[in-house]
Design a protein around this ligand. Structure first.
Ligand SMILES: O=c1ccn([C@@H]2O[C@H](COP(=O)(O)O)[C@@H](O)[C@H]2O)c(=O)[nH]1
Length: 230
């Protein structure tokens, strides 16, 4: 069992840079996230390498397709031995249930969670997609649908953590990107929260990429974040 709440987003375009960071950390100091960029560049072998080193790996491919396709993709992801995978909740309950059922054949299936509203989105971006409710209500709606579909948790902003824990219970896992230590550049994120506030509000895991990977001393930054939320 690894204890850190930090999942480092390995969004590197060079494998050597990612491995240099991985060489500097341990499975107790962080979990690792492989997203679309590194998976597209370096594929399943890269994921297996991280799993082989004993890390909990979140394969963040955000599947969103017809139920059959998503189910097969989730089974393929489970074969890699990863700790957690995800789909988009907006794919609907049939899609999420198919994903869940595809994992039933595994003794140790990955945790399956669903993305609610991307942390890069603000009210204007969301309404531009045709959603007429406010962000908080839409996140709550999608998180409820996710729980009813049998999944273990959601990706959301830590801004929504308190209300989701109250609505869906403390066992429902909340994974929150959009984490920014005080003074860090926000970049393309909109719904940002500091690590300290996120943990105080009850999140289970914080996804942190650039504030760590682009830092002049990534290991020291990770250590400081871990220490700040003890
Ligand atoms: O709503 C979401 C879902 C996923 N992400 C991913 O998390 C990291 C965040 O990286 P930062 O550099 O800390 O912004 C990135 O890999 C995203 O693809 C997200 O940001 N928001």
């Amino acid at each position: 069992m690894h204890n850190s709440k930090v999942i480092v987003a390995l969004d590197y375009n060079e494998k050597e840079k990612a491995i240099a960071f991985v060489d500097s950390v341990t499975p107790d100091s962080c979990k690792l996230k492989v997203g679309k960029e590194m998976f597209t560049l370096f594929g399943p072998d890269f994921v297996k390498e991280l799993v082989g080193r004993g890390f909990d790996v979140f394969l963040d491919l955000k599947f969103h397709d017809i139920p059959n396709t998503v189910a097969k993709a989730c089974a393929a992801a489970a074969e890699l031995g990863v700790w957690m995978i995800n789909v988009h909740a907006s794919g609907g309950s049939k899609m999420m249930q198919a994903a869940k059922e595809a994992l039933a054949q595994y003794d140790k299936p990955p945790k399956l969670i669903a993305v609610t509203v991307l942390t890069s989105m603000d009210a204007e971006q969301l309404s531009g997609t045709g959603v007429t409710t406010d962000i908080q209500s839409h996140v709550e709606h999608l998180a409820k649908l996710t729980k009813e579909s049998g999944l273990e948790g959601v990706v959301c902003s830590a801004m929504e953590a308190k209300s989701l824990k109250a609505l869906l219970g403390t066992d429902f896992t909340l994974v929150t990107p959009g984490i920014r230590p005080q003074g860090s550049a926000t970049g393309d994120q909109s719904r940002v929260v500091t690590p300290q506030q996120a943990v105080a509000d009850g999140v289970d895991y914080m996804v942190i990429g650039r504030p760590i990977t682009q830092s002049p001393d990534p290991l020291q930054t990770l250590k400081e974040i871990n220490a700040s939320v003890l």
